[in-house]
Unconditional design. Structure first.
Length: 124
């Protein structure tokens, strides 16, 4: 299953991507917020599941590991509007821990191929 994560910087995409990969999902994280989302859709083949992670501007600023640029948040959201309108799951991460985001996402995703294989090995 191909899972694609999109969302504004500081929304938790990288942490969630690492967790989902560890569970056996094929995950691509969109880091194209600054350079143009249309290019992202050409680089990443149509995903099986599109997840949009969002965070409010003040949370993005607080979580940021780089110099926060006023106006960048709204520009990112503008560029990602199409993805948000067509995502399979939208999660606002402001008040959630990584574990809570992961639990919410796992509730919506079917088991990964690797997880199904592990279950078969245990049962067989």
């Amino acid at each position: 299953m191909r899972v694609v994560l999109v969302g504004v910087c500081g929304s938790g995409k990288t942490s969630l991507a690492q967790e989902l990969v560890a569970l056996g999902y094929e995950v691509r994280e969109c880091r194209q917020e600054h350079s143009g989302v249309p290019h992202m859709w050409q680089v990443i083949s149509r995903p099986d599941f599109l997840i949009y992670l969002d965070a409010s501007e003040d949370v993005v600023e607080r979580r940021g590991r780089h110099q926060y640029v006023p106006g960048l948040y709204e520009e990112q959201r503008r560029r990602l509007r199409h993805a948000r309108a067509h995502c399979d799951l939208y999660v606002m991460t402001d008040e959630l821990t990584v574990a809570q985001v992961l639990a919410r996402v796992r509730d919506h995703l079917p088991p990964s191929t690797r997880a199904q294989e592990d279950l078969t090995d245990v049962q067989g």
